[in-house]
Design a protein around this ligand. Sequence first.
Ligand code: MF3
Ligand code: CO
Ligand code: CO
Length: 284
Amino acid sequence: MSPVRAATVTPRRPVPAHIPRPEYVDRPEPKPYQGSHVQTPDVIERMRAAGKLSAAAIQEVGRNIRPGITTDELDRIAHQFICDHGAYPSTVGYRGFPKAVCTSINEVICHGIPDTRPLEDGDLVKVDITVFLNGVHGDSCVTFFCGDVDQESRLLAERTHEAMMRGIKAARPGRQVNVIGRVIESYARRFGYSVVKDYTGHGVHTAFHSGLVIPHYDDPRHDTVIQPGMTFTVEPMIALGSDAWDLWDDDWTVATKDKSRVAQFEHSIVITDSGAEILTLPQV
Ligand code: MF3
Ligand code: CO
Ligand code: CO
């Protein structure tokens, strides 16, 4: 496969004026979040709706993935779907990001900008969507297969999903957040994969990225104790080869230096008294 290259990014799509937008839109950066990592029942209830919508938008994009469709067209579909449901696509105008979805193909780790590149048969397509609904964000990501994807990449995607689920199951009150990373990394290592360290999970609620960091690798410095009512993402990026990365000239797209393929899955979760509830499950 040839390396993924940047194509043309189309103009930003407007969001209808009646849809409430996050405070950070078109400002250089978000206001630092100063509140608690533990959310109120009201915020959590609103996050259930935002989470479901994020998952539904991803499924809508997934249904349209096929060789020949451009990631810009996928963005148009996602943008329309999110706005039609009365939500703001959280990434539009977030620190200058221009689109409603991150489309990260093959060796692109994350933050790929939708553009006029048509998808090719065999592409691994990570679709990451965050929506802002009723004052809270729901953030999730799925790795899709475009056409006929090689077995090595399929296994990578399956195992990345399994790694995320194991991380989520390890998230229980009283443990440090590092337990999530420890579980994910030890599973990924069994297969000789590497876990991306420089992009992490994060607290998510009224803030998109609250400042709470959820590592996907073992690092005891991340010693925040998990408590009921905490809401955060688990979103491992796992590479077939090395996780060393380069940033493209667009200042967003992150890709592996060795061009090895990467899979990613992401859920937003809330910690309960006994474990975690996933907020971003697609409704079957
Ligand atoms: N949704 C991504 C995450 O999981 C963040 C994307 S920010 C963007 O945290 F600006 F790159 F879109
Ligand atoms: Co995301
Ligand atoms: Co996230």
